[in-house]
Design a protein around this ligand. Structure first.
Ligand SMILES: Nc1ncnc2c1ncn2[C@@H]1O[C@H](COP(=O)(O)OP(=O)(O)OP(=O)(O)O)[C@@H](O)[C@H]1O
Length: 229
């Protein structure tokens, strides 16, 4: 799969005149990228910049040739986002309908929608949830369904904001396996450091900047040291 570069150029994000991210320049090319750091450091904000959910106060975010400031709608089709709270993402009463909903918005026909829904549920081992009412699902089941809804859309990059917080060990391992198997790029914001072991790169966000950027073991060691200081 040809993966577009995601490039942040001199990006600052301010809320109420307070800089949450300051002058970040970052090129994301790898297939498995982790983002870690302390509470409030700016990880979610960074992840939301990548598909235009948050726009830079100053600076530019590019996905391939497109910028989030000008082409957010187009970019969102190519950079999917799995929210920390899956309830925010699940819209339709039945699970299969919910996954099909985004596909309808992509303009896919009924047969292709049905095929993709069944295929994605099977891929994630959650076929048994297809006819369940979304609001009756457990937190972890919702997290898996939210993941399925994004995977079914086949974006080339998927951004995950703390995807394993509600998962039991079995689903956490299933999630980890799924990430390892994805052809897509996965960018994962997490406090669950173990899931990053086989990643290509881990970025440590510290006080609105990049504290460390490199191999997972080194990044995690840096973050542990920083946390003890
Ligand atoms: N919409 C907003 N308006 C005002 N302040 C915000 C907004 N979104 C985030 N912030 C603030 O920006 C800072 C960074 O928040 P962010 O959610 O990016 O941190 P985080 O690293 O993901 O934290 P956590 O690990 O706790 O989820 C925090 O101080 C937060 O309160």
């Amino acid at each position: 799969m040809n993966l577009p570069q995601i490039q942040l150029e001199n990006v600052t994000v301010s809320y109420d005149d307070r800089d949450v991210l300051t002058n970040l320049t970052l090129a994301l090319n790898e297939q498995r990228i982790g983002i870690i750091g302390a509470n409030g450091a700016g990880k979610s904000t960074l992840s939301r910049l990548l598909n235009g959910l948050v726009l830079p106060t100053t600076g530019t975010v590019r996905v391939g040739e497109l910028t989030t400031a000008k082409h957010a709608k187009q970019i969102r089709r190519d950079v999917g986002f799995v929210f920390q709270n899956p309830a925010n993402q699940i819209i339709m009463p039945l699970v299969a309908e919910d996954i099909a909903f985004g596909l309808k918005n992509l303009g896919l026909g009924k047969q292709e929608r049905q095929f993709r829904v069944a295929d994605t549920l099977a891929q994630l081992n959650i076929t048994h949830l297809a006819e369940r009412e979304s609001h009756t699902l457990s937190g972890g089941e919702q997290q898996m369904v939210a993941l399925a809804a994004v995977i079914a859309m086949q974006p080339r990059t998927i951004v995950f904001d703390e995807p394993t917080t509600m998962l039991d060990l079995k689903n956490r391992l299933a999630f980890q396996r799924e990430i390892a198997r994805l052809d897509q790029r996965a960018i994962v914001v997490t406090h669950d450091l173990e899931i990053l072991e086989d990643f290509d790169r881990v970025v440590v966000v510290t006080d609105g900047g990049i504290g460390f950027d490199g191999a997972p073991d080194q990044a995690i060691a840096h973050y542990r040291q920083w946390s003890h200081a």
